[in-house]
Design a protein around this ligand. Structure first.
Ligand code: ATP
Ligand code: MG
Length: 360
């Protein structure tokens, strides 16, 4: 199967500034891999080197067993789609999609068939003779997608292809891209700084920061087992509580939080007494009661004062400040009727097995 890419110690410096360092990754044929990271973390630079538009300072690229590091972009057979999809305005939809095939000198009759198939795949069969200005943003994006896949590349690169679209359109294009990926089984390297998009679309996520890979893993691995507080903070909403390991107990540790409270936390990793740690808890894993409940509340808990409440349809998302100044995020079902008020003191608790202990 085509579309296996080995990226070996790929690096790029501009003068003295390092944009990407020692990037190592083996992308499997048919895999959907997302580079996720904040602005300036090196995502686009990495993609441009894979495409051949930026020359690496060092490192190698092996596509289907062939070293393509010095191969010009048009000889790599890689499909590409960028944020600014740059359709040719003077060409119809059909001509736009046919363009990569013309470049490759594909016979006319075959071009016609393949363009028709590609437009059918993105559900634009009836738009072949329109010009780009006669299309909506989402339709233009689908033409760009058809143009990127029409020559059946084994590897498709996509750099923030949906960031110009509004939320609704972005959601439907996300499932469109997933559907097309399932149909074509093309390897995709996708770039986004949107963690929800990365979590919902990818087989694996490469989380980047400052030109470096911080963690590579499936969406569940990044969400459930972050390697450090950076990942815990970046992927998904969470409450991060700082403290120090006080004692080791059955299957975990007792942690003294900065706020002075003692809580239990299971952990697969080993820590020493006195280690500075951070406890990570997901919003849905924090349950709450009124602070006045006192002794009735479970022992693993902290007190906090609610500072903000956001209505999210089926639930409220509350943010509360702990005694140590940390922000805790928890959910409340809207069907409960009464609701937590801003300014109210709450006792937040969790199961020791739901919390993750990370090195501070
Ligand atoms: N041509 C260039 N010359 C000098 N520095 C550059 C050049 N291109 C990128 N950089 C720098 O390299 C770093 C990585 O940039 P890159 O465009 O890869 O980030 P990115 O992760 O794609 O960010 P964004 O999410 O904003 O698109 C940045 O610090 C950027 O300023
Ligand atoms: Mg970029």
């Amino acid at each position: 199967m085509k579309g296996s890419l080995e990226i070996r110690r790929l690096a790029k410096s501009y003068h003295s500034a390092v944009a990407v360092r020692e990037f190592d990754l083996h992308v499997q044929p048919g895999e959907f891999v997302t580079l996720l990271g904040s602005s300036g973390s090196g995502k686009t630079t990495t993609l441009l080197m894979v495409a051949g538009f930026e020359e690496p300072t060092s490192g190698n690229l092996i596509l289907d067993g062939r070293d393509i590091t010095r191969v010009p972009p048009n000889k790599r057979g890689i499909g590409m789609m960028f944020q600014h999809y740059s359709l040719f305005p003077h060409m119809t939809v059909e001509q736009n999609v046919a363009y990569p095939l013309k470049l490759r000198k594909v016979p006319k009759a075959e071009i016609r068939d393949r363009v028709r198939d590609a437009l059918a795949l993105v559900e634009l069969a009836d738009y072949a003779s329109r010009y780009p200005t006669e299309l909506s943003g989402g339709q233009q994006q689908r033409v760009a997608l058809a143009r990127a896949i029409v020559f059946r590349p084994g590897l498709l690169l996509m750099d923030e292809p949906l960031s110009a679209l509004d939320r609704g359109l972005r959601k439907s294009m996300q499932s469109e891209i997933r559907r097309i990926h399932r149909n074509l089984k093309t390897t995709i390297i996708y770039v986004t700084h949107d963690q929800d998009e990365a979590l919902s679309m990818s087989d694996r996520i490469v989380l980047m920061h400052d030109g470096e890979i911080v963690q590579v893993g499936t969406p569940t691995e990044l969400y459930d087992s972050p390697v450090n507080t950076f990942v815990a903070n970046f992927v998904g909403e969470s409450t991060l509580l700082r403290g120090v390991v006080d004692a080791s107990v059955d299957g975990g540790y007792r942690v003294k939080l900065d706020s002075g409270e003692l809580v239990a936390c299971d952990s697969g990793r080993s820590f020493e007494r006195g280690d500075a740690v951070v406890i990570r808890i997901r919003p849905g894993q924090l349950s709450f009661g009124s602070a006045e409940l006192g002794a009735q509340a479970p022992p693993e808990g902290i007190e906090a004062r609610v500072e903000d409440s956001a209505y999210l349809g089926d639930h409220w998302q509350h943010t509360a400040r702990t005694g140590a100044g940390a922000l805790a995020t928890f959910l409340e079902n809207t069907s409960r009727g009464s609701r937590v008020q801003v300014g109210q003191r709450v006792r937040l608790s969790w199961l020791p097995s739901d919390a993750i202990l990370l090195q501070a």
